[in-house]
Design a protein around this ligand. Structure first.
Ligand code: 13P
Length: 249
């Protein structure tokens, strides 16, 4: 099955609203590519100005997080309908930084995934092991557990539309990129896990990204692997290099 590549930037906590507009304008001509879905996941306060700046281009604006309730007394949180109203299509769920610094769990990830689908938002669901887990040889068990819980009660129809980002924690922001074999091994295991939960059709349709120190030089080899359908890019998505990553071929 041929899957459309999806290459997303995760800006994390970078760029003020005016800087966001400048960066979108700088990258707009560089990320043109009709064969790839290009997404910029930006801080909540940058969503509206980035969306304006990206108008008429092939860039979709995504969010980096959202809450699993519709509205109410949740100071500081952003609801799914706020994202939808702003024109957002994609939302990163369960990034390791949110799990690590903001106490997100597999259970809250599952609630957010279900809520995203209720609003027709495409979740980019993050998973990934720590260096200790890799050294203990439990990587695949750990990832399977994260995936199984993230997809609890998600219908096959929705699961097929999801995006999963495999991001080994030891590779994030460290310049230590996983080898293409290491990344492929885990992305393949994720696809098999989706096949176990659902069926071959869903497993063949779901898109799986690799993330963790992706650069213009590492992208071509990673993105050529059979089970890797694009990337979730941190640092390099804030630079002109992102154009090279999108046009990796
Ligand atoms: P880096 O590309 O900066 O390693 O970040 C990866 C990441 O966490 C994307 O979500």
């Amino acid at each position: 099955m041929s899957r459309r590549m999806i290459i997303a930037g995760n800006w994390k906590m970078n760029k003020t609203p005016s800087e966001a507009v400048a960066l979108v304008n700088e990258l707009k001509p560089l990320v043109k590519n009709d064969e790839v879905d290009v997404v910029f996941c930006v801080p909540a306060i940058d969503i509206i100005p980035a969306m304006e700046a990206a108008k008429g281009s092939n860039i979709s604006i995504g969010a980096e997080n959202m809450y699993f309730e519709e509205s109410g007394a949740y100071t500081g949180e952003i609801s799914p309908n706020m994202l939808v109203d702003a024109g957002v299509k994609y939302v990163i769920i369960g990034h390791s930084e949110r799990r690590g610094y903001f106490a997100e769990t597999d259970e809250t990830v599952n609630k957010k995934v279900l809520k995203a689908f209720e609003h027709d938002l495409t979740p980019i669901i993050c998973c990934g092991e720590s260096l200790t887990q890799r050294e203990q040889g439990v990587t695949l068990d750990f990832i399977r557990q994260q995936i199984k819980i993230a997809f609890l009660n998600v219908s096959a129809e929705n699961a097929a539309k999801a995006v999963i980002a495999y991001e080994p924690i030891w590779a994030i922001g460290t310049g230590k990129v996983a080898t293409s074999e290491q990344a492929q091994e885990v992305c393949h295991a994720i696809r098999c896990c989706i096949e176990d939960i659902y069926d071959k059709e869903v497993a063949g349709a779901i898109r799986i990204q690799y993330g963790g120190s992706v650069s213009a030089s590492s992208a071509p080899e990673l993105f050529a692997m059979e089970d890797i359908d694009g990337g979730l890019v941190g640092g390099a998505s804030l630079k002109a290099d992102f154009g090279k990553i999108v046009n990796y071929k």
